[in-house]
Design a binder for this molecule. Structure first.
Ligand code: C5P
Length: 337
């Protein structure tokens, strides 16, 4: 049962974070965007959006920070992405030939995912806002999967992935998304350590384009190999045996290290502390260490917090890092409220 246009049905959406298990840069388009090959998975670390009717004619956004999400500013770009997504949904509905009135929406965004951290929070919020707006206006079926993908790509390179979430390989600028089966026996756990330093995606790619990148193409080989193995059916045990390879399968590691001095030192110290390979998600600065379950990841998070308190681990940034345990999506997507 959908509401007639002109009215707003209150809607709540969960916007999960993502983890890049691999991230290979394989080329550059004439418009400057880089071509990627990445394996990504959604996490149960998530923001939450509530969409309601707005008092007044314009869409409004109110952001509340929760769960240890660092207090640094969202920045105009991130902040606008939710409102831009609602604007894009309006235009897509018009383009689909429906010109009934679409009332203004008031969005309350509860932020748990750190901003500009390589975890895709802003992109995920945008996709949740797009989906939520269509539902709130009572037209969830007006845009098919293809139309939603076009709108999502216009909002950001990570957005198409969040339309489905789960595990997927992502290619092109980010618009070619192919679902993958998660490792069997999960869900896996991960501890995330995000220094309180924002790394804008654009800045990381600019450093990469300037030549601050690894030699060789090892990340692409690891990424394509992982896709093949996941498609064939990989157990969590075997997947975790690949963690050492995956931790080095990110072509944006040198760029992030250039933007955040001491990130490499922190990464090595974390690896020694947890006795585990430590990787980087997306353009960073979030560092990750995988484990067999979320319970194990909670133990890792306690070890990291204790080391920080005892001064045994130093992390760059303007304050304490964000430290969290999360579960990777399992056979059916893992979502938290
Ligand atoms: O698409 P998104 O807005 O997230 O990208 C932010 C910036 O990161 C882009 O303007 C571009 O400079 C860079 N980028 C890139 N190649 C990608 C994704 C992002 O060069 N595949």
């Amino acid at each position: 049962m959908t509401a007639p246009l002109g009215r707003v049905t209150p809607v709540v959406r969960v916007a999960p974070a993502k983890l890049n298990l691999t991230l290979a840069v394989v080329g550059r388009r004439p418009d400057g965007f880089h071509l990627l090959h990445s394996v990504m998975a959604t996490l149960d670390l998530a923001d939450r959006l509530a969409l309601d009717p707005a008092f007044g004619p314009v869409d409004r956004l109110h952001v509340v920070r929760l769960g240890g999400s660092p207090s640094r500013d969202l920045g105009p770009e991130q902040e606008n992405l939710v409102l831009r997504a609602i604007g894009a949904a309006r235009r897509a509905i018009r383009a689909a030939g429906d010109d009934r009135p679409l009332p203004a929406l008031a969005v309350r965004l509860e932020k748990r995912i750190p901003v500009a951290a390589g975890l895709g929070g802003g992109s995920s919020d945008a996709v949740a806002a797009l989906d939520g707006a269509l539902e709130a206006w009572g037209v969830p079926d007006l845009l098919d999967a293809e139309a939603r993908s076009v709108v999502a790509t216009s909002l950001g390179s990570d957005c198409p992935f969040f339309l489905a979430g789960g595990w997927a390989s992502v290619e092109g600028r980010g618009e070619h998304v192919r679902p993958l089966p998660p490792p069997r026996g999960g869900p896996l756990g991960v501890v995330l350590v995000t220094p309180a330093v924002a790394v804008p995606t654009r800045a990381a790619f600019e450093r990469y384009a300037a030549g601050i990148r690894p030699a060789g193409g090892a990340a692409l080989a690891s990424s394509t190999h992982l896709v093949t193995e996941l498609q064939a059916g990989l157990s969590t045990t075997l997947f975790l045996e690949r963690a050492g390879v995956l931790a080095f399968a990110n072509d944006l590691v040198p760029a992030a290290a250039d933007l955040v001095p001491d990130l490499t030192r922190t990464r090595r110290a974390l690896s020694r502390l947890l006795e585990r390979p430590v990787g980087q998600s997306g353009s960073g600065p979030t560092l990750w260490a995988l484990s067999p379950s979320k319970a194990d990841a909670l133990g890792d998070a306690a070890i990291v917090r204790a080391a920080l308190a005892d001064g045994l681990l130093s992390v760059p940034g303007d304050g304490a890092p964000f430290v969290a345990a999360a579960a990777l999506a399992g056979a059916s997507p893992v979502m938290s409220s």
